[in-house]
Write a protein that binds this ligand. Sequence first.
Ligand code: HEC
Length: 130
Amino acid sequence: MLWLAAACTATAAQGDAGSLTGVPGDPARGLAILRDPSLPSCLICHSVSSLPDRDQGVLGPSLDGVADRFTADAVRLRIIDARKASPETIMPPYFAIDGLFRVGSRWRGKTIYDPQQVEDVTAFLMTLAE
Ligand code: HEC
């Protein structure tokens, strides 16, 4: 029981990340970031059935209803560094640079998103309720 309690505490600590900026994210900007061809899109791997975008991904779970399953803090954590929730994940960290190998030169030493982009994409995901 003691072990279980400790494990639960650890999960809670790893399952959330508070706002990086204190400025609320803008869902419309978040969607624009997903569609920005210069940034690796979530839609490479995920799908959102309410979007008309073609060629959505099937490697990751659908993001439909993600706001019903996760809090904003849990979504933000997964965008910042999904390895914190799922250590073996293939999902790239959008706001972490540690522990990566053979990173393409464009992204070496740089995060994919800046802090406000993390907030905007989090805000867009939180509109995906069923
Ligand atoms: C290279 C593929 C890939 C990309 C790109 C990617 N993801 Fe993921 N994502 C995954 C996979 C696979 C999972 C399943 C969890 C795991 O790997 O353990 C996942 C899980 C998630 C989850 C948890 C969903 C659930 O129902 O369990 C969220 C939220 C998420 N991703 C959001 C995003 C967002 C937002 C982006 C873009 C900023 C993104 N992902 C980019 C592959 C990807």
